[in-house]
Design a protein around this ligand. Structure first.
Ligand SMILES: N[C@@H](CCC[C@H](N)C(=O)O)C(=O)O
Length: 317
């Protein structure tokens, strides 16, 4: 993320001073990177300034977001998730790099579970599933051979009034695009606006150092995915797209897991092929998989799969 010119270095230095001694771990999922702070007993209060300072790439550790690894019964918001969902021992308290709270992070929840497994905090054999609490609800994470698969729950239109036949609900203009492009806003627990680009569009021409203009802007803001379908879209039953993303509360990131789910969902709707259940989504930081699982009530659950890596441990001096 390019730091906004208006950020106040003294405010961030003061915030870092207050965190002296704080242990953290750096990790990422397809280049979407996070600072993880272990806080089993819910004793570490992290203000928006603390989060912004830790995520600052010049003054702090540098990351797209911060993940507080907290026991579900110790949420600072005062909720006891563990009594609501006895299976969910751990809660992913996710914050964006600007200090704002987000409901969900698809890459983050994989890195979160990888952290729990690597540190011996949970035992999870290949094929087993662990429930993680998030602000968007419980998410089941299954360990695969070298990756994790998350049940992201059902996708939905962001605007509940939106008729299913409508292919788009907004227009998006970004630097590098000649004209505003049609877009569709979807929820994967957090908000996304997927912008349709043509097969011959060159994603490299987009300038995402500035936030894209979305009209109308969804009520709680949105992450914006620019998506280019492969030509041909389907190869051996697999739908294939590439995307770049500008994240709410961050800026451009190398990957966005919930955004990849939104991108595959939108392109599948636009292609009008409900039988296309398996998708591959290329992002600047790698590739993630998206699978749709139709449910008896007509909804569809979305599974996201991809790698998770821990890179180093550190302590704020
Ligand atoms: N990168 C994440 C999404 C993180 C939250 C997002 N910026 C928001 O504000 O909703 C992902 O992998 O899903």
């Amino acid at each position: 993320m390019t730091p906004p010119i208006s950020r106040d270095p003294d405010r961030l230095r003061t915030a870092l001073d207050q965190l002296s001694g704080l242990a953290y771990t750096k990790g990422h999922g397809t280049g979407n990177d996070f600072v993880l702070v272990f806080d089993r007993d819910g004793e570490t209060e992290l203000s928006p300034d603390h989060v912004e300072a830790l995520c600052d790439r010049h003054l702090g550790v540098g990351a797209d977001g911060l993940i507080r690894v907290v026991g579900s019964q110790h949420l600072i918001e005062g909720r006891d998730l563990l009594s609501e969902h006895p299976g969910a021992t751990w809660f992913m308290d996710y914050r964006n790099a600007d200090g704002s709270v987000a409901e969900m992070c698809g890459n983050g929840v994989r890195v979160f579970v990888h952290y729990l497994v690597t540190r011996g905090l949970v035992e999870l054999a290949q094929g087993e599933t662990l429930d993680i609490g998030t602000r968007a609800g419980l998410r089941g994470v299954t360990r695969l051979e070298d990756a994790y698969s998350i049940d992201m729950g059902p996708w939905s239109y962001l605007d509940p009034e939106l008729a299913e036949e409508r292919a788009s609900d907004s227009l998006v203009l970004a630097a590098g695009l000649a004209d505003p492009r049609p877009a569709l806003s979807l929820s994967l627990g957090n908000p996304h606006t997927v912008v349709a680009l043509s097969e011959d569009a060159d994603l490299r021409e987009l300038d995402l150092t500035k936030a894209p203009n979305v009209d109308p802007v969804p009520p709680n803001g949105t992450n914006v995915e620019f998506v280019v379908p492969a030509d041909p879209l389907f190869h051996e039953g697999l739908g294939r797209v590439r995307m770049r993303v500008h994240e709410r509360g961050v800026g451009e990131t190398q990957s966005c897991g919930s955004g990849a789910c939104a991108a595959a969902t939108a392109v599948r709707l636009w292609a009008g092929d409900p039988d296309a259940l398996q998708w591959s989504v290329g992002v600047p930081g790698g590739t993630v998989g998206v699978e749709f699982v139709p449910q008896p009530d007509g909804s569809e659950r979305v599974l996201l799969s991809g790698p998770a890596e821990l890179v180093f441990d550190g302590t704020v001096l």
